[in-house]
Design a protein around this ligand. Sequence first.
Ligand code: PGA
Length: 255
Amino acid sequence: MNKALRKTVIAGNWKMNKTPSEAAALIEEIKPLVKGADCEVVVCVPFVDLHVAIEAVKESNIKVGAQNCHFERSGAFTGEISPVMLKEMGVEYVIIGHSERRTYFGETDVTVNKRTLAALNEGLKVILCVGEYLEQREQGITEELVAMQTKIALQNVTEEQLKNVIIAYEPVWAIGTGKTATAEQANEVNGIIRATIEKLYGKAAADGITIQYGGSMNAANATELLAQPHVDGGLIGGASLKAQDFAAIVKAASV
Ligand code: PGA
């Protein structure tokens, strides 16, 4: 497996944090700190911050993402946002299937697949999240579960479309808990995801796909995690809200 074949992507997942004015200020703070980074830098902001974020990142190396999208283009889905709307705004990335969406908002593997297809069909890049609960890890089913989540999410996604997919392995027990997976655990599961991609799409696709780790990644542990052969970046929650910490992770990914 050759790491040089794939792009390293550091994406901030701001979750439900920052008003539009706060978002603009944070991006202004991040911009000079990540300038010239040797990896892709993305900030995934709340829907209402997308407009100011897209303005703020102009003439910088930062890309903007949303944190979810619906699977229909338009219609009677009160409170939802469609991929067409995101695309027209100039949004480039969208997180799909984050564990908080699965846990609190009833997302299933099937709706994750529908949202993934809809986003890809609209030309968005998808950061697809998979990962196990602590109980599932203890039951010894992480491998099967993550492979299954990956397979279902990618149903009917073509090999061409897969080029616009990043997979984020996020063990649920590590998200927002300060309990990071060890570098070995992250590498092992990312490797399982890559093997799943190889079975579905072949070796070239498996070698080319970016697989991130997410879950309490921070300035202190990023270097070790990112040094793993199967870890091609990070999806960063808490630490992405502090410009210096986020920039330190970007720097760790840029070597
Ligand atoms: P965390 O969140 O870095 O705060 O653990 C990661 C995520 O949920 O994407």
